[in-house]
Design a protein around this ligand. Structure first.
Ligand code: ZN
Length: 309
């Protein structure tokens, strides 16, 4: 008898990862390719199809029957239609019917979601959120993405934009965000925001990692920059906690790898200021567990969750 399997595809701006996985989530084969942003959506779609072909062949050789292809896309997506709204980094993805095109090529049901929702499902099924029915996932990298599991279900909302904590307005007159508005959490606490503040206040090009390193050595300016980012995070996470009362907050992305005493510990304290005491009580703040694999495990989780639906 053939064994049920899925394919996960993580579509980034320049990096694509695809994997063949068993129903348990165990990866059987993994492919990574670099794409050129200047080749646009056309080049990206071609790369996606080539990886899927290769993994389907691999599945046949191993007597695995692929029944779902889950796609986590690095940009906003209309989940119901499986249409990409746009990519912030690569042209040509505007209104691209990704689900329909993949299903037409391969005849396999293909859920397509944004990478933040997929990442949330990944941590929930395979990482720091296992067994937790109410959780908030916050991915702090170049930008800030997020997702909500409430009552044991991923909350997508009316237009699949639920959980976009990165674009919660924290400081109405704050710096301009990638979305064009002012003072979003992403513009205050993402890796690029911390790097930008470092660059401005130290007067030389700086990345967020260096700001954390300087803070670790006791530099007051660096400590101040991080305290401001932590305050913004606490404000947004506190508001979310009051809204849907999660049990656990999972922090992922590059910035979350900063030392505990510089990020997670001060965040825990600061949250008390912005959260109802009863909601803050017992609210666990933990780091994500999937790290570098978050994207691909999220795409696999997306495929697997639709098997049970
Ligand atoms: Zn924004």
């Amino acid at each position: 008898m053939e064994n049920i399997a899925v394919i996960g595809v993580d579509v980034g701006g320049t990096k694509m990862t695809a994997a063949l996985a068993k129903r348990s989530g165990q990866i059987v084969n993994l492919l990574r390719v670099q794409t050129k942003p200047e080749e646009g959506a056309k080049g990206g779609f071609k790369a996606i199809c080539e990886m899927i072909w290769e993994l389907l062949n691999e599945g046949r050789r191993k007597d695995l029957k692929v029944v779902r292809i889950g796609v986590g896309f690095g940009g906003p997506v209309n989940f119901e239609q499986g249409t990409v709204y746009l990519s912030h980094h690569v042209h040509g993805w505007e209104n691209f019917p990704l689900k329909e095109e993949i299903e037409k090529h391969f005849g396999i049901v293909t859920p397509v979601d944004n990478d933040a929702n997929a990442g949330t499902l990944g941590e929930w099924m395979f990482g720091a959120g296992k067994g937790i029915d109410d959780l908030l996932y916050v991915n702090i990298g170049t930008g800030i993405g997020g997702g909500i599991i409430s009552g044991g279900k991923l909350i997508r909302g009316h237009r699949n934009l639920a959980g976009e904590i990165g674009h919660m307005t924290v400081k109405p007159d704050g710096p301009i965000c990638t979305c064009g508005r002012k003072g979003c959490l992403e513009a205050l606490a993402s890796g690029s925001a911390i790097g930008r503040e470092g660059t401005e206040r130290f007067g030389r090009a700086m990345k967020s990692e260096e700001v954390f390193q300087l803070a670790e050595k006791g530099d007051e300016t660096a400590k101040q920059i991080i305290a401001e980012a932590v305050d913004a995070l606490a404000f947004a996470i506190g508001a979310a906690a009051n809204l849907f009362n999660p049990k656990r907050v999972i922090l992922g992305g590059g910035v979350s790898e900063a030392p505990e005493h510089l990020l997670v510990e001060p965040l825990r304290l600061r949250l008390l200021r912005y959260t109802l005491p009863q909601a803050a009580e017992g609210l666990e703040i933990v780091r994500a567990q999937l790290g570098y694999d978050a994207g691909i495990m999220g795409a696999i989780a997306l495929a697997i969750t639709t098997l049970d639906a």
